[in-house]
Design a protein around this ligand. Structure first.
Ligand SMILES: [Zn+2]
Length: 271
């Protein structure tokens, strides 16, 4: 798999781009890809740049002072490639929406046919499901067979915010495929909460890869079951611990926190 992975990754990029030829209107599809790519990348890189400038000069970096400069060009390339694949996936429902086809995107509660409380409950349930899915996907990517598709993200031992979405093409699809669910008209997504959740996830991810910890955020995030920078940084420095991508819930349940992994190693060494 080690040798085949780069080819499979390149194939995924080609398929994502070529899939537009099957869209009811490939002009609308590729226009949507451009619009999505620009609207994802420009704010994402602007935010990453501001956070990077601030965090690199921070006196208390989690992993201490850097010995060599961070590979930000490689990080940015990985993030831009992931943004392109996400744009291709999201261009499917966006293109269909523009052409007037029914999709799962609803902008009002009337369209959803539910109340505010139900919408909040739905988005909460959705976040829980995404957290479970990304945890098990991440565990799968740390198996010997699948690690070649994940190792790109682990070339950044002390990441900068540019590495927030620097994952390989196969991993991008495994993470973001639920975007395609919007194509199904019956799979109703309440747009105002859906986009708020996506933007919050992007902001959280920038913080998770910032390399520093904010006292305030470290006090708040764990209390609402969310990952923090101090928590996720351990996944980059120690690799085989803290796999949760949204919450640390499954790490606690499955005993894959750093302390659990160290204890397991100790037992294995003494037995
Ligand atoms: Zn990992």
């Amino acid at each position: 798999m080690q040798k085949a992975a780069p080819y499979i990754d390149s194939f995924v990029v080609i398929i994502a781009l070529a899939s537009g030829l099957l869209h009811p209107s490939f002009t609308v599809f590729y226009q949507s890809v451009v619009i999505l790519f620009v609207s994802i990348s420009v704010p994402l890189f602007a935010l990453a740049f501001v956070t990077y400038r601030y965090t690199e000069s921070h006196s208390q970096r989690i992993q201490g002072k850097r010995k060599k400069p961070a590979p930000i060009a490689k990080e940015a390339f990985g993030t831009a490639r992931a943004a392109l694949i996400v744009s291709c996936m999201a261009a499917w429902p966006m293109g269909l929406y523009k052409l007037g086809y029914p999709t799962g995107m609803a902008w009002t509660l009337e369209e959803m046919g539910i109340t505010w409380w139900m919408a909040l409950l739905q988005i909460y349930g959705g976040i829980m499901l995404i957290d479970a899915m990304t945890y098990w996907k991440h565990r799968l990517l740390h198996t010997k067979l699948f690690f070649p598709f994940h190792k790109h993200h682990h070339t950044f031992r002390d990441p900068t915010p540019f590495a927030g979405f620097a994952v390989g093409p196969v991993e991008t699809v495994l993470t973001f495929w639920p975007l395609l669910l919007i194509i199904i008209p019956e799979a109703k997504h309440f747009a105002p909460l859906y986009f708020t959740a996506i933007i919050s996830f992007v902001l959280l991810n920038l913080y998770l890869h910032s390399g520093i910890h904010s006292k305030l955020l470290e006090a708040i995030l764990p209390k609402i079951l969310l990952n923090s920078s101090a928590w996720h940084n351990i996944h980059h420095s120690d690799v085989n611990a803290n796999f949760g991508e949204v919450s640390y819930f499954w790490d606690k349940v499955c005993k894959t926190t750093l302390a659990d992994m160290k204890a397991k190693k100790k037992v294995a060494a003494t037995s």
